[in-house]
Structure formats: C-alpha cells, structure tokens
Design a binder for this molecule. Sequence first.
Ligand SMILES: Cc1cc2nc3c(=O)[nH]c(=O)nc-3n(C[C@H](O)[C@H](O)[C@H](O)COP(=O)(O)O)c2cc1C
Length: 177
Amino acid sequence: MNVLVITGSPHKNGTTAYLTEQFIKGAEEAGHEIFRFDAASKDVHPCIACEKCHGSTPACVFKDDMQELNPHLIEADVIAFVSPIYYYDINAQLKAVIDRFYANDAVLHGGKKTVLMVAMADNSTETAKGALETFKGMARYLEWEIAGTVVGVNCMTPEMIKNTDYPKQAYELGKSL
Ligand SMILES: Cc1cc2nc3c(=O)[nH]c(=O)nc-3n(C[C@H](O)[C@H](O)[C@H](O)COP(=O)(O)O)c2cc1C
C-alpha cells in the first residue's frame, strides 16, 4: 500500500519525529511504500476560502508545496498524521495542510485508512481530546477508516518518549497496516 505520512513538528529530532520513524520502520517492514511530508519545513499557505478551487476552472490560487503533496494525497491508501499537541490540538503547520485538502475534497472521499499520532507534555489523555475529536470527525466526513491512534502523554522531550511504550505502539501500528 501507499502510505503517506504528514508531520507537523518543527523539531527534526523531537518526540513526534521519533514516533514517525518507528511507524515508518514498521510500515516498511510490512512492505509498504512510504512518502513523508514534513509540513514544518515546507511552504504551505493557509487556505483563504477564496473558493477558486471550486470555481469554473478549479485550481488552488497558491502554487506552493501542496503541489508536491497533492498527487501523493490522492494516491495514498493510508494517510498518517503526526503532531505535537499545541494548546490542546494538532499544531498549525499540520492543520494548514489539512485545510488545503479542500481543493481536492471531491476525490478524497472513501477508500483510505488513516492514523493519528500525537505527543504532549501533560500526563492526561484529556489534553488530546480536541485533536482526537477533530481527527474522528474528519475521518467520518471523508469516509476514511481509522487504522489506529497513538497518544503519547508525559512526553515533553525525546528522552522522555524513548522511555515509554509509545514508540513500540507506533512501530506496531505501522506494521499492522
Ligand atoms: C506552542 C506550544 C504549545 C504547547 N501546548 C501544549 C499543550 O497544550 N499541552 C501539552 O501537554 N503540551 C504542550 N506543548 C508541549 C509539546 O506538545 C511537547 O513538548 C511535544 O512533545 C513536542 O513534540 P515535538 O518534539 O515532536 O515537537 C506545547 C509546546 C509548544 C511549543
């Protein structure tokens, strides 16, 4: 299967980067093709709701790095989202990419699986409630099957996450696709 991994963190070696590596390791061992898109190091303008993508000659007005992502987005069998929790939600870099799905909304419905992996400093999964609800709502709307989630609490730093079960959970989720 084609697995698209979209990350939000600007930390190249942070907690969610570690989850991402473990997830990809599992998915590669299971024989899947991976395309990774690190939103924080890409040029992705937030959607401005101009509706040009739904007009008579449909196209997004922004000619940025979404042009690189879009073919992978459309072809992907699995889309994995990975983000640090920022103020009780996924971060802005990842959300900007998701909002730009709007330009391809019609062709994105159905036929895909999806994954969410997050990490945060707090010691309660309650902190990820907003991110999880948004993710579940998006999956319901786009008719994607949720393949799994990893919610890493008490993970302020990479050293902290490495001493938990979350990297193993990410690896096993990748392997189970
Ligand atoms: C702007 C900002 C907002 C944050 N908000 C929260 C929060 O609401 N709850 C929480 O538990 N951790 C919060 N954190 C901590 C990060 O989620 C945590 O350090 C995470 O492991 C960072 O992941 P990364 O290294 O992959 O970027 C915040 C960090 C930043 C920089």
